[in-house]
Design a protein around this ligand. Structure first.
Ligand code: ATP
Length: 754
C-alpha cells in the first residue's frame, strides 16, 4: 500500500467560434525560468485588480492546442498498467458548464477527437490481449461495464431506457466499506466495437431523458465503471476504472440570475457543493467529512476510496468565465491536497468467489482507509530537512502525484511522477517536481515585460464594472449561504447525534424496515432540520413520518414540543409587531409528498394546545413557497393526492374556483366551470397536457412561469412517482405553484395553442 494525493491536471479549452473576439485571460506557464518547459501553472488576473494575477500550480497544464491524444497518453494511458496490477482508478472531469468536460471524457466521433473514455477502453482491450498472450492463455481477462448517471441526487442506470427507470432511482449502499449501487446492469463487453455500441446507446438514454427534462443533461453526473476481471486457474482479481463526467457547475454570474434563481440553482448544484465541502473538510483535517450528504460524493468517495484518482480541471480561457474559473481553480487547488491510499485489490481464490450482486467503485475486497488529510506528504510544505537528499531513491509509486512547483525544468533529472508510476520514457508529459512550495495560489503582479501576455486585452476597471463585481460578490455570498443551508453543513452536530443520524441513514439505505423506509426518510429529514434549528420544517417532516409510525408516543411528544416552540415564538413575534391575535388555524395531515406546498388544512385541536399557523420556514427550502393566498384550502379536495380530508367544512368564502374559468368561455351548461370533475375546458386540458409532459421548456413558456418554477414542477412530478396532474386544483397544490400561478398559466394560453 502506498499513498498519493489526487493528481490534478488543468486543461484550457480552445476558443469557440463565438469567442474568437473575446478577451483571453487564462494562460498556461511553465512555472520555471525555462519558458519552453511543459506548463504546470495556470495564470488568471485578479478580478479586483486587473494588474495583479493569481497563479495555480498543477501536475500538468494542457493549453488550448493540446490534443486528445496528448492528454490521454500522458495522463491516462499509464494508469492502465496499474489497473491490470489490481489497483482501481478514478478519472473525473470537473469544471463549469461549457468548459469541455464531455469533450475531454467522451470526445468526438473521429479518431483524433475521441476522448479519454474510448481511448481507455481501446487500451484496456489491447492489454487484455497482451496479458492473455503473455500467459499463454493461463490468465483470462473479462471486461464488463456499468454506466449510470446521478441526476438530482438519484442514480439511474444508463443501460436501461428511460421509460424503464424507477423515478426514485437505484439505491446506494455501503457494503463492507465500499459504496455500491444496487441493481445496476453489468454488461459484459469484450471488444471495442461492442463498447462503442453500448456507450453510444447509453449516451442516447442520457440525453433523451435530458431532452425531456431540458437543461438537465449538464446537471447530471455520468459515471462509467469499467470492471476488469483477471481469472487464472486458482484466482480471480477484480479492479475497476471509473470515469466520471461531472455536471457543470452553474454559471450564476454569467446568466444574470436573480437571487431566487441563485438559490434554486444552488440547490441543483448541491452535490458539487458537497464535493467542495468534502474537499475542504479533508483539507482542514476535520474528523467529519460530509461525503454522505450527496450520492455523487458517496460514490466518488474522494479521500475514502483506495486507488489512483486523477482530476481533469476543465477551464474556459475567456474573461466571461473569470469568476467561475477562479472558483474552479480554488476547488482544484484544495482537491490536490487530498491523499488517497493506494491499495492493491488482492486476488480472490476461486473457491470462495461469489458472483457480485452489486456494483462497486471501490474495487473488490478492499476496505476504506481512514481519512488522511495530506500532512507531511508530497503536497504539503515539507521542511527543508525532510526534503529529498541527493542520491535518495525516488519516492514510491504514487507519491509522485505531487502538485508542487519546482524551480527547474520538467526535463531535469529529478525523480519524476512518471517514474513513480512506471511510465515509459516516451510520455510527452514528463517529470513532476518533487520539491514543494506553499500550495496556496501565489498572487503576483502581472509581469509587464512579457509581450505575449495579452496586454491589449486588459480592460480598465470602470465604476460600472466595479459595481458589477461587487454585486457578483454579494450574489456569490448569497449562493454560498443558500448552499450551506441546502447542504445542512452549518451546524456542528454532537458526535452522538451525528451517529444517530448516520445509523438512521444506514437503516434507510439498507431498507431494513421495508414499508417504513419512507417514514424513516422523513424522520431523518426531521432530525436534520431539528438539529439545524429549523423547527417548522422539522415539524413538517415529523408530520409526514407520523402515518408510518402510528401511536408512537415519542414522535407525538416531539411534534408537540416543536409545535409549542413554534407557537411561542410566533406569539412573541405577534405581540412584538402588532396587537393582532394569532390566527387559530392548525396544520395537520400533511401531504403525501414533502414536495407539496404546505396546506392550510385544519386539525381538531385539543384544548391544551393553542393552534398556530404553519408557515414555510424560508431558511429551510431553496425555493420558498408562495404566499398563503396562493394556496386556497379548497385545492385539498383533489383525490389524486393522498391528503386526509379536513376535519372542518371548507369555508365557502374561500372557494376561488371561478378564477380557473377560461375568460373566453363563459360557464354554462355546455361549458361548465373547470372545477367540475370530468368537464375540463380545452384550455385546461391543454395546460394539464403541458404540465404532464414534464417538458421544462414547454412549462417554462407558460405565462408567469420561469425556469425555476418549471423545474420545481417537473421535480415535483418526478418525485410523485410520475403521477399525473388531473385537474387545476392538483396543479395548484404543487409546491411553488398556487392558484394565482395556475390562473396566469391558463390565461396566458392562446386559443391557437390548443
Ligand atoms: N479541447 C477542445 N477542443 C475543441 N473543442 C472543445 C474542446 N473542449 C471543449 N470544446 C467544445 O466546447 C464546447 C463545450 O464543451 P463540452 O460540451 O464538452 O462542455 P462541458 O463542460 O461538458 O459542458 P456541460 O457541463 O454543459 O456538459 C463544445 O462545443 C466542445 O466541442
Amino acid at each position: 500500500m502506498s499513498a498519493s494525493s489526487v493528481r490534478v491536471v488543468a486543461r484550457i479549452r480552445p476558443l469557440l467560434k463565438q469567442e474568437i473576439e473575446k478577451d483571453v485571460i487564462v494562460t498556461a506557464e511553465s512555472g520555471t525560468s525555462d519558458h519552453t518547459a511543459t506548463p504546470t501553472v495556470v495564470r488568471i488576473p485578479n478580478p479586483k485588480h486587473d494588474g495583479e494575477s493569481f497563479s495555480f500550480q498543477f501536475s500538468s497544464v494542457y493549453e488550448q492546442h493540446a490534443t486528445q491524444q496528448e492528454l490521454f497518453d500522458a495522463e491516462v494511458s499509464p494508469t492502465v498498467k496499474h489497473l491490470f496490477n489490481g489497483f482501481d482508478t478514478t478519472i473525473f472531469a470537473y469544471g463549469v458548464t461549457g468548459t469541455g468536460k464531455t469533450h475531454t471524457m467522451r470526445g468526438g466521433k473521429t479518431l483524433a477527437e475521441r476522448g479519454v473514455i474510448p481511448r481507455l477502453l481501446s487500451n484496456i482491450y489491447r492489454r487484455c490481449k497482451k496479458v492473455e498472450k503473455d500467459t499463454a492463455g493461463a490468465t483470462q481477462v473479462q471486461v464488463s461495464l456499468e454506466y449510470f448517471e446521478i441526476y438530482c441526487d438519484r442514480v439511474y442506470d444508463l443501460f436501461e431506457p428511460p421509460e424503464k427507470r424507477t423515478p426514485s432511482g437505484l439505491a446506494i449502499r455501503d457494503n463492507h466499506g465500499k459504496t455500491v449501487v444496487v441493481g445496476l446492469t453489468e454488461k459484459p463487453c469484450s471488444t471495442l466495437k461492442e463498447f462503442e455500441q453500448l456507450y453510444d446507446q447509453a449516451n442516447i438514454n442520457r440525453s433523451t431523458s435530458a431532452t425531456k427534462l431540458n437543461a438537465h443533461s449538464s446537471r447530471s453526473h455520468a459515471i462509467l465503471c469499467v470492471k476488469v476481471t483477471q481469472t487464472t486457474e486458482t484466482t480471480v482479481r477484480v479492479s475497476r476504472a471509473s470515469c466520471i463526467d461531472l455536471a457543470g457547475s452553474e454559471d450564476n454570474r454569467r446568466t444574470d440570475n436573480n437571487k431566487e434563481r441563485l438559490v434554486e440553482s444552488s440547490a441543483i448544484n448541491k452535490s458539487l457543493f458537497v464535493l467542495a465541502q468534502c474537499v475542504e473538510a479533508i483539507g482542514k483535517k476535520q474528523t467529519r467529512v460530509p461525503y454522505r450528504e450527496s450520492k455523487m460524493t458517496r460514490i466518488l468517495s474522494l479521500g475514502q476510496n483506495n486507488g489512483l484518482t486523477i482530476m481533469i480541471l476543465n477551464l474556459a480561457p475567456v474573461r466571461s468565465y473569470q469568476l467561475d474559473t477562479l472558483s474552479s481553480l480554488n476547488f482544484a487547488n484544495r482537491t490536490k491536497k487530498i491523499e488517497v491510499c493506494e491499495v492493491e485489490n488482492d486476488p480472490v481464490y476461486r473457491t470462495i468467489v461469489k458472483p457480485l450482486a452489486t456494483s462497486s467503485l471501490g474495487g473488490a475486497n478492499i476496505t476504506r482507509q481512514p481519512l488522511r488529510p495530506l500532512t507531511a506528504a508530497h503536497n504539503a510544505n515539507v521542511p527543508e530537512a525532510e526534503k529529498k537528499k541527493p542520491g535518495e531513491k525516488p519516492t514510491k509509486a504514487f507519491s509522485v502525484y505531487s502538485d508542487t512547483r519546482k524551480s527547474t525544468s520538467r526535463t531535469s533529472n529529478l525523480p519524476t511522477q512518471n517514474q513513480g508510476i512506471r511510465r515509459t520514457e516516451t510520455h510527452k508529459r514528463a517529470a513532476e517536481p518533487s520539491n514543494t512550495l506553499a500550495t496556496r495560489p501565489s498572487k503576483a503582479f502581472r509581469s509587464t515585460d512579457n509581450p505575449t501576455r495579452l496586454r491589449n486585452n486588459e480592460p480598465e476597471l470602470t465604476k460600472a464594472s466595479i459595481e458589477a463585481l461587487i454585486a457578483q460578490r454579494i450574489e456569490e455570498k448569497l449562493a454560498e449561504k443558500a448552499l450551506q443551508d441546502a447542504a445542512g453543513a452549518a451546524p456542528v452536530l454532537s458526535a452522538e447525534l451525528q451517529k444517530r443520524l448516520d445509523d438512521l441513514e444506514h437503516r434507510i439505505d439498507a431498507k431494513e424496515e421495508d414499508g417504513k423506509s419512507q417514514g424513516l426518510q422523513f424522520l431523518l429529514m426531521a432530525k436534520q432540520h431539528a438539529a439545524r434549528g429549523e423547527d417548522a420544517s422539522a415539524l413538517r417532516m415529523y408530520q409526514l413520518a407520523q402515518p408510518f409510525f402510528p401511536d408512537n408516543e415519542k414522535l407525538e411528544k416531539k411534534m408537540k414540543a416543536l409545535e409549542d416552540r413554534i407557537r411561542t415564538r410566533k406569539e412573541a413575534e405577534a405581540s412584538k409587531h402588532s396587537s393582532a391575535p394569532v390566527q387559530p388555524t392548525v396544520v395537520s395531515h400533511p401531504p403525501s409528498s414533502s414536495l407539496m406546498a404546505p396546506l392550510r388544512v385544519e386539525k381538531k385541536v385539543t384544548s391544551s394546545r393553542t393552534p398556530f399557523h404553519e408557515e414555510p420556514d424560508r431558511e429551510d427550502f431553496a425555493s420558498a413557497p408562495p404566499p398563503e393566498s396562493d394556496h386556497d384550502e379548497s385545492y385539498a379536495s383533489d383525490s389524486s393526492f393522498k391528503f386526509k380530508k379536513a376535519a372542518r367544512k371548507p369555508k365557502k368564502t374561500t372557494k376561488k374556483l371561478p378564477i380557473f374559468r377560461d375568460s373566453a368561455e363563459a360557464p354554462g351548461p355546455s361549458n361548465p366551470p373547470i372545477s367540475q370533475a370530468g368537464s375540463q375546458t380545452p384550455r385546461t386540458t391543454h395546460l394539464l397536457k403541458i404540465i404532464n409532459s414534464k417538458d421544462v421548456s414547454l412549462i417554462k413558456a407558460l405565462k408567469g412561469v420561469g425556469i425555476k418554477k418549471a423545474d420545481a414542477i417537473v421535480s415535483c412530478l418526478i418525485e410523485m412517482d410520475d403521477e399525473e396532474v388531473h385537474d387545476l386544483e392538483s396543479l395548484a397544490m404543487l409546491k411553488g405553484v398556487g392558484g394565482k400561478t395556475v390562473e396566469n398559466m391558463r390565461l396566458g394560453l392562446s386559443v391557437y395553442d390548443f
